[in-house]
Write a protein that binds this ligand. Structure first.
Ligand SMILES: Cc1cc2nc3c(=O)[nH]c(=O)nc-3n(C[C@H](O)[C@H](O)[C@H](O)COP(=O)(O)OP(=O)(O)OC[C@H]3O[C@@H](n4cnc5c(N)ncnc54)[C@H](O)[C@@H]3O)c2cc1C
Length: 637
């Protein structure tokens, strides 16, 4: 497989501008002749579908929820970054670019990240024009706060519900196009297969989740905006429906899967409280603007937090990383929490928790200021834990949150299958081995509003597309494979639920490929996962039929794909013999427990190529060059 990133030549600040000039355009009258299929209507998909329809393309959009408004993006809490420098605190496009490259531990593509930083400023203007109610200062200027891995305040927010407000903006734009008949919206449709004709992506096969009808949809380009795969861990902060199925189908049809082992564990989530749990809750990183993280200095100290005097507390992030303090990046803050708990200083019944304490801020700013900034998050915490975080510190612990890995894309956001574009969290993204907080919303909207609508035009203007009709043998074969797989899931009639397999998978992945990874554990997982896959296909029980709503069937299909993806994650983690960002191999650490990269051997993207059932996939490599930043050891001390 040839990985050509198609990075335009020239100085980094001019690459995108020049590329926009160099790309071929589709003239306005011709745009309506092209049909683009957009799978996913979260922030990335809704913004892309609305913008392309506005440009004049015919668009069909798909989501499995009953409304685009229910995409997981709606859960995003803390904010969205942009290099506006409203605070006059030294921010710039270059600084956002540099922070993102460094935050990702020098494992992202420079040209893409620079373009992301450039585009960030437009996103805010676009959203304000749509009426997104960003928080404002008293004088009317948009307000900002800080997120991890940055020493400036560049995060725009709408209380703790930024994703919801941004999605309402994108959704309104999409609905407008639906109303005008320029987007055909297919809600409650799940993409279960990609149609590839003569090596080019030409359509998808969906199952109507209400009637069970399987149908194909053809077009001139396919866009996957299907989100991340964090639910492979079973317990995560993602919405329960988030899955990898669309990406996995594309992978099996020839799209390379990049860096699957790069997953993000978020340091501030409500700790697991029992085995019955199927979901975890994030406490936004924004809370670390005003909350201080600590554990008791003494091992096994079970006193209530207010009984532990100041001098017996270890504010370990402030101690270890004085320049960034509580706003150290997520991978570093998560590992530090794990280290504190591993040393017997964790708090709460399970010992798997650390305190996030607002007492000092409340004393300094008053309770009302804190309530104004984080009121809905405090309320959510109080409802779940029955503790009052205004009076007693929150208990938090790291949890799976985001996936930096995803389908490999070139500078034009096209995968290794011509015509198949991938945007938002579904692609392997601009975040390298660790995403900085508030950068996912920025990336999804940059891709959807500003990048894909240009690059897809270049594809449509230059590709020589043959006519494909519904009776084409490749279309029929894709439909048949969906029907066969559905039938196969229904006919096992075993004894275990899909959820029980999912839970077991999650325990394996969390244990062996979570916050810390080692060759022994990964090898163990790689032995167990194929067994689990076999057990699944011989013992899963999917009640009901495929001819109507059947959530067990939906879940079983997704779990089957997660099991296979889990194997690829472990393989990727095993072969990457270094530590970088969220990928922490215990064999590769410095004396003080920090990640030790190996730039000689691993300064590259690993893009996995599917070669057949039960065969080891091929590991392709895209070397990463750092021309505009210095490939340095990352430090937040
Ligand atoms: C709790 C939480 C809080 C967060 N807070 C922030 C934050 O403050 N700032 C920030 O930058 N990031 C945040 N993130 C990350 C951010 O929310 C996500 O990365 C981002 O919203 C993903 O957007 P997306 O459009 O790529 O995917 P999603 O919003 O996940 O949308 C995926 C879409 O794909 C569809 N889909 C999936 N599979 C199929 C299929 N097979 N067939 C048909 N449709 C399919 C779904 O229906 C959906 O419409 C947060 C994440 C979580 C979990």
């Amino acid at each position: 497989m040839k990985l050509d990133a198609k990075i335009p030549p020239g100085p980094i600040e001019k690459k995108w501008e020049q590329h926009q000039l160099d790309m071929k355009l589709v003239n306005p009258a011709n745009k309506r002749k092209y049909k683009v299929l957009v799978v996913g209507t979260g922030l990335a998909g809704a913004s892309a579908a609305a913008t392309m329809a506005e440009l004049g393309y015919q668009v069909s959009a798909f989501c499995f929820q009953d409304s685009p408004r229910r995409a997981h993006s709606i859960a995003a809490q803390g904010g969205i970054n942009a290099a506006k420098n409203y605070q006059n605190d030294g921010d710039s496009v270059y600084r956002l670019f540099y922070d993102t490259i460094k935050g990702g531990d020098f494992r992202a593509r420079e040209a893409n990240v620079y373009r992301l930083a450039q585009t960030s400023v437009k996103i805010i203007d676009q959203c304000v024009a749509q009426g997104v109610p960003f928080a404002r200062e008293y004088g009317g200027l948009l307000a900002n706060r800080s997120f991890g891995g940055a020493q400036v305040s560049r995060t725009f927010y709408a209380r703790g519900q930024t994703g919801q407000q941004l999605l309402l903006g994108a959704y309104s734009a999409l609905e407008r196009m639906i109303g005008l008949g320029r987007v055909q919206m297919h809600s409650r449709h799940e993409m279960l297969e990609l149609i590839v004709v003569n090596g080019v992506a030409r359509g998808i096969v969906t199952r109507d989740l209400v009637t069970g009808a399987v149908s194909s949809h053809l077009g001139d380009a396919v866009v996957l905006a299907t989100g991340g795969y964090g639910n492979v861990f079973y317990l995560s902060t993602n919405a329960k429906g988030c899955n990898t199925t669309a990406n996995w189908r594309a992978y099996k049809k020839g799209a390379a899967f990049a860096n699957p082992c790069y997953t993000q564990i978020h340091p501030t989530c409500i700790p697991v409280s029992g085995e019955y749990q199927s979901k975890l809750t994030l406490m936004s990183e924004s809370l670390r603007n005003d909350g201080r993280i600590w554990v008791p200095k003494k091992e096994g100290d079970k006193r209530a937090p207010h009984e532990i005097p100041e001098e017996e507390r270890d504010y370990y992030l402030e101690r270890k990383y004085p320049s960034y303090g509580n706003l150290a990046p997520r991978d570093i803050a998560s590992r530090a929490a794990k280290e504190a708990c591993d040393s017997g200083r964790g708090v709460g019944k399970t010992g798997l928790g650390v305190y996030l304490d607002f007492a000092a801020s409340i004393q300094r700013l008053g309770e009302s200021a804190i309530r104004e900034r984080y009121g809905n998050l405090f309320e959510m915490y109080a409802r779940i834990t029955d503790d009052d975080p205004y009076k007693t510190p929150m208990r938090i612990f790291p949890a799976t949150h985001y996936t930096m890995g995803g389908l490999w894309v070139d500078y034009n956001l096209m995968s290794t299958i011509p015509g198949l574009h991938v945007i938002g969290e579904a692609n392997f993204s601009d975040h390298g081995a660790n995403r900085l907080g508030a950068s996912a919303l920025m990336q999804g909207l940059a891709d959807g509003y500003f990048i894909l609508p240009y690059t897809i035009g270049n594809w449509l203007a230059t590709a020589k597309l043959e006519k494909v009709t519904a009776d084409h043998p490749d279309v029929k074969a894709a439909e048949a494979s969906v029907a066969a797989r559905t039938q196969q899931l229904l006919s096992v009639k075993g004894k275990r639920t899909a959820a029980s397999f999912h839970r077991e998978l999650g325990q394996i992945i969390w244990g062996e490929c979570g916050m810390a990874r080692a060759a022994t554990g990964l090898t163990r997982a790689l032995k167990r996962l194929p067994e689990l896959r076999q057990e699944f296909w011989s013992d899963v029980n999917v009640p009901g039929s495929g001819a109507s709503v059947n959530q067990s069937l939906e879940m079983a299909g997704r779990v089957a794909d997660f099991i296979e993806l889990g194997e690829l994650m472990c393989l990727d983690a095993l072969e990457r013999e270094e530590s970088c960002g969220g990928h922490f191999r215990t064999e590769h650490q410095t004396e003080d427990g920090e990640a030790r990269r190996d730039d000689e051997r691993y300064c590259h993207v690993a893009a996995w190529e599917y070669v057949g059932e039960s065969k080891k996939p091929i590991r392709n490599v895209e070397p990463l060059q750092f021309e505009f930043t210095h490939l340095a050891t990352r430090s937040y001390k």
